[in-house]
Ligand binder design. Structure first.
Ligand code: NAD
Length: 498
């Protein structure tokens, strides 16, 4: 059976723990490979390589580092089809969606190509007599990233793209469910000219994660995954003196005002709720129509739209979405659907019985629609992370605004309306980190930054853009004096710029 190895110091390294994770083919349900799960000592070896590489890499001028990023971008583009195939084969998302996953990561690499401009620093001439002050951003040393299964290309690139461009070396601990693409990215980074040890991939589970959190030579940890784990990572990493950003789960709402273009809304909701089988932290699994007439009309059109959706294997170009990532995850989604029924929500379309001919053992689940979901229901409060759309009816704008604002998660939210004033007020007042106005999946472009609020993110800095640069650098400020003429007297009071 194919074995997915670590990638340390520029080379494939077989695991020595004797522990492995199964890699499934979600289309067929079969085990297609196994991945080595690291011990703390294997992580130590990767950190040692990263420490060795970092000093020279940080001393490499920013333009040369940017050239590596340019070449990495070219190589990803040249390998796009292969990467997308690999990604779909382990994750289950359709090929076009895998290309989107890679492309969104690539856009962060494009931002990183401009890193010399971003790292120019600040300068004040003549802050006092003969005194100039300047500040610069220096890399932290070794940084680490721990990533989820649902974006195995984009999220690693959010992290290492910026971390490496600013002069750090990096340890990536990707999801053990779909680890092949992250390793391929590291190989391409070496091919692009990054020295060995600058980007290392260590596979693993909690053992490897805890070793990262406790390792004294790792200065910063970026995490993306579910909220309970994010909170744990944040607490343990910061207790060990590290800088930590930890993005968590989500339950994004789409508010539909009565004046919205419902034809467009239905198309947008369908893609955002069911695309990638709902396994996106910026999916839109809750729709909040305002007013009964809007709700009734939307429900009717949504049912008709769902009837047109095609669920298929990840390589089927006609499929709108493919299987979910594992049998366990499919079971969890089915359990949530049953819970919704028990809680008293109305199950309008039930996707649980879905089976694909010839792929009966694949991890498929059909699109599911609930109506009359209420805020006290557990299925509303928790993240389902599957192709399940819940209608929560609101009587007024204020009621609709209050729902995402009060929810434990605050990743993304969208409002659909033709009323600019209402949209503006909604965006200003909603207690959520990323807002879409007639945009169902408001993932910010790479030169802005990504981050939710409340239990969707622990820590103070967002991913990528200038926030990413801040996260992976520390500021040093230099005050320089070149006095002329006679010596000045000793000063026993704090110097001021009077
Ligand atoms: P997950 O939390 O199960 O795993 C994420 C990472 O944590 C993996 O690398 C995994 O190996 C590691 N991990 C798992 N259990 C651990 C433990 N007990 N101790 C230490 N490490 C552990 O998440 P997932 O299922 O891979 O991904 C889906 C989740 O990620 C969803 O909740 C989704 O909303 C969230 N997500 C959030 C964002 C965001 O930016 N907010 C983006 C993508 C995904």
């Amino acid at each position: 059976m194919r074995e997915i190895t670590h990638f340390i110091d520029g080379a494939a390294v077989a695991g020595i723990s004797g522990r492995f994770g199964d890699i499934f083919n979600p289309n067929t349900g079969e085990v297609q490979a196994r991945v080595a799960l690291a011990t703390a000592s294997e992580l130590d070896a990767a950190v040692a390589a990263a420490v060795r590489a970092q000093v020279d890499w940080a001393a490499t001028n920013p333009q040369r580092r940017a050239r590596v990023m340019f070449e990495f971008k070219r190589l990803i583009e040249a390998n796009m089809d292969d990467l997308a195939q690999m990604l779909s084969a382990e994750h289950g998302k359709v090929i076009a969606d895998s290309k989107g996953d890679i492309q969104r990561g690539l856009e962060v690499i494009e931002f990183a190509c401009g890193i010399p401009h971003v790292l120019k620093g600040e300068y004040t001439e003549g802050a006092g007599p003969g005194i100039d002050v300047y500040s610069m951003r220096q890399p932290l040393g070794v940084a680490a990233g721990i990533t989820p299964f649902n974006f195995p290309a984009m999220i690693p690139m959010w992290m290492f793209g910026i971390a490496i461009a600013v002069g750090n070396s990096f340890i990536l601990k990707p999801s053990e469910k779909d680890p092949t693409v992250p390793v391929r990215l590291a190989e391409l980074m070496m091919e692009a000219g990054a020295p060995a040890g600058v980007l290392n991939v260590v596979h693993g589970d909690k053992v490897a994660v805890d070793a990262i959190l406790d390792h004294p030579d790792i200065r910063a940890v970026s995490f993306v995954g579910s909220s309970d784990i994010a909170q744990y990572i944040y607490a343990r990493g910061t207790a060990a003196g590290k800088r930590v950003q930890a993005m968590g789960g989500a339950k994004n709402h789409g508010v539909v005002l009565p004046d919205a273009d419902l034809d467009q809304v239905v198309k947008d909701l369908s893609g955002a709720a069911f695309g990638s089988a709902g396994e996106r932290c910026m999916a839109l699994p809750v729709v909040v129509p305002v007013g009964r007439a809007t709700a009734d009309e939307l429900r009717e059109r949504m049912v008709a739209e769902i009837a047109t959706l095609q669920v298929g294997i990840s390589t089927d170009p006609a499929a709108h979405y493919g299987p979910v990532v594992s049998a366990a995850h499919r079971q969890k989604i089915s359990d949530y659907i049953q819970m919704g029924v028990s809680e008293g929500a109305e199950l309008v379309v039930d996707g649980r019985g879905f089976s694909l001919q010839g792929y009966e053992k694949g991890f498929f689940i059909g699109p599911t629609l609930f109506d009359h979901v209420t805020p006290t229901m557990q299925t509303y409060q928790e993240e389902i992370f599957g192709p399940v759309l819940q209608i929560v009816r609101a009587a007024t704008f204020e009621e609709a605004l209050a729902l995402p604002s009060a929810h434990q998660y605050g990743n993304g939210v969208a409002i659909f309306t033709r009323d600019g004033r209402a949209a503006r007020e909604f965006a200003a007042r909603v207690n959520v980190g990323m807002v879409g106005i007639n945009v169902p999946i408001p993932v910010p472009v790479a030169y802005h930054s990504f981050g939710g609020w409340k239990r969707s993110a622990f820590g103070d800095t967002n991913q990528h853009g200038l926030e990413g640069v801040k996260f992976y650098t520390k500021v040093k400020t230099i005050t320089a004096r070149w006095p002329e003429g006679a010596h000045e007297d000793s000063a026993f009071v704090i110097p001021t710029m009077q």
